[in-house]
Design a protein around this ligand. Structure first.
Ligand code: NDP
Length: 260
């Protein structure tokens, strides 16, 4: 008998781990997954962000825990995965949201440390998170991973200079497709979302420049930036059985930016 659509969109009792889940898009994803019934573990490097995010989820009635982990530390991710599997249960869903952007710094002047920092968090951090949590998923032959890519991994957005960010996100897309191909025969789905500019703590600083904001809106067919909940809705869909045929997909949620 086929499952009803409402059942396909439900996550009752599933356990979801969200890196960078204490604020911004990660927190919105946690809220969406929790509302669909998932239990949540936030991974953060900053205790205040972790506590605040968890408190907000708990206030909404979500079953929430948090752990301090820096995604640039593969050993810490492995330890977190083992501890969560032992103490909280099998992880069904991994959402990789931790990321940073260094914008407005041309390649001519960007430092080696800046390049390394962006690649280490945005690309290596996703790879190591997927490895750490994916191993048990592969053993169980069940699991879903959603990575946060970016429209900047598909086109070079203007007029920001952020080669390291753009390169890291393009690599996340190809990493997602590679892991999807590896995981598919063993029941693991891996997809990515490629958002446009979303109003979060990460972008508020860059968007304080009115000329930049105007240039951005003029280049966007819908003429607006996005909200975290609009990306969380896509992540929620990808995390559920409603997306059972999707793996290796880069779902572009960009207000039409890449149409022009
Ligand atoms: P935020 O800065 O609001 O949130 C990112 C979170 O990731 C923060 O809580 C941050 O913690 C955490 N984080 C950063 N580095 C690490 C690390 N090494 N280990 C663990 N956690 C870390 O950003 P957004 O919500 O805007 O972005 C979330 C994701 O979405 C990122 O991958 C970003 O690239 C992507 N994205 C965002 C877009 C946007 O316009 N906002 C557009 C397209 C993609 P801390 O507070 O310590 O920095």
């Amino acid at each position: 008998m086929s499952t009803s659509y409402l059942e396909k969109y439900a996550l009752g009792g599933r356990l979801a781990v969200i890196t960078g889940g204490g604020r911004g898009i990660g927190l919105a994803c946690a809220e969406a997954l929790a509302e669909a019934g998932a239990r949540i573990v936030l991974l953060e490097r900053d205790e205040e962000a972790a506590r605040d995010g968890a408190a907000r989820l708990a206030a909404a009635g979500a079953d929430t825990a948090w752990r301090l982990v820096d995604v640039t530390d593969p050993a810490a991710l492995d330890a977190a995965a083992l501890a969560i599997e032992k103490e909280t249960g099998p992880v069904d869903i991994l959402v990789c949201c931790a990321g940073i952007a260094i914008s407005g710094v041309g390649a001519e002047v960007a430092t080696t440390a800046q390049w390394r920092q962006v690649i280490d968090i945005n690309l290596n951090g996703v790879y190591w998170s997927c490895q750490a949590f994916g191993r048990a998923m592969l053993e169980r032959r069940r699991g879903v991973i959603v990575n946060m890519g970016s429209m900047s991994g598909l086109v070079v957005n203007r007029p920001q200079e952020q080669a390291s960010y753009n390169a890291s996100k393009a690599a996340v897309h190809q990493l997602t497709r590679s892991l999807a191909a590896e995981g598919a025969p063993r029941g693991i789905r891996v997809n990515a979302v490629a958002p446009t500019y979303i109003d979060t703590p990460m972008t508020r600083y860059g968007m304080r420049d009115e000329a930049l904001r105007r240039a951005w809106l003029d280049a966007t067919p819908m003429g607006r930036v996005g909200r975290p909940d609009e990306i969380a809705s896509v992540v929620l869909f990808l995390a559920t059985e409603a997306a059972s045929l999707l793996t290796g997909s880069i779902v572009v949620a960009d207000a039409g930016y890449t149409c022009w």
